[in-house]
Design a protein around this ligand. Structure first.
Ligand code: IPD
Ligand code: CA
Ligand code: CA
Length: 266
């Protein structure tokens, strides 16, 4: 394993232990509201601090983009992109679907990725050009080539509702045209599950880079495809993502594109 990935794994496992311990006594946890339906707890903050400490010990000069503490400038070439607890709403409710997500971008290119699911003790890792793994076993996207046989993951709009009608039109079409649509509630894990072949495709609008960075590299290294709504590679910037096995990805993108509005083109 590449030393940078190894450090990221160590950081993700530390965060996972903090989250796992806290999940045993949810009643103790104070929940704060960042904006409508956007929750944060001391667990998110403690997990993020543990990740940043672990990374900084080895790479003190790297830049960081983390959900709770924002941007920390550093050596511009390297940037860690961190979601310490993806799926906070699930976590608060004791709904066991959440994860730690850590990615490293080098000169703007995603190079290492970790998504750690503390509930199942599943560690998803990838390094650019070296494949994707689940607990050290190589993973690949599913062989599914047909949208009508595909299980598709998504994320419902829950905070910003300006594109809700567009979203619902796509949802209606996917409900009709796929084998099923799922909304598990942690985007990083949804993407990791596409990489592992548990889902055949995924789409969501309005995500942040830390929700997607690690999961996107996992999918690419597992032989899948990822894009924004224009079919280009700017999903980290636009927040809109379409992903899947090569064939399901193209059918999903083709189905979504006619629904785009001027405000939601890429
Ligand atoms: C959220 C989860 C969710 C997605 C949201 C994200 P958070 O992350 O990934 O699945 O639908 O858009 O914000 O806030 O729990 O880290
Ligand atoms: Ca998140
Ligand atoms: Ca989060």
């Amino acid at each position: 394993m590449h030393p940078m990935l190894n450090t990221a794994v160590k950081a993700a496992r530390r965060a996972g232990s903090i989250i796992g311990r806290a999940s045993l006594d949810l009643g103790q946890i104070k929940v704060g509201l960042k904006q409508q339906n956007d929750f944060v707890t001391e667990v998110d903050r403690a997990a993020e601090a543990a990740i940043i400490d672990t990374l900084r010990e080895v790479y003190p000069s790297h830049a960081i983009l983390a959900e709770e503490s924002g941007t920390t400038a550093g050596e511009a070439e390297y940037q860690w992109i961190i979601d310490p607890l993806d799926g906070t709403t699930n976590f608060i409710h004791g709904f066991p679907q959440y994860a730690v997500s850590i990615a490293l971008a080098h000169k703007g290119v995603l190079t290492h990725a970790v998504v750690f699911d503390p509930n199942r003790n599943e560690l998803f890792t990838a390094s650019k050009g070296a494949g994707a793994y689940l607990n050290d076993k190589r993973i690949r996207v599913s062989r599914n080539a047909k949208l009508d046989e595909a299980l598709i993951g998504t994320g419902f709009p829950y905070r910003m509702f300006e594109h809700v009608d567009t979203y619902l039109a796509i949802f209606k079409e996917m409900t009709r045209r796929s084998a099923g649509v799922r909304r598990p509630g942690a985007a990083s894990l949804d993407l990791a599950w596409v990489a592992a072949g548990r889902l055949d495709g995924f789409w969501e609008f309005g995500l942040s880079p830390w929700d997607m960075a690690a999961g996107a590299l996992l999918i690419l290294e597992a032989g899948g495809l990822v894009s924004d709504l224009a079919g280009e590679g700017n999903y980290l910037a636009t927040g809109n993502i379409v992903a899947g096995t090569p064939k399901v990805f193209s059918q999903l993108l083709q189905a979504i594109q006619p629904h785009r509005t001027a405000a939601l083109m890429a």
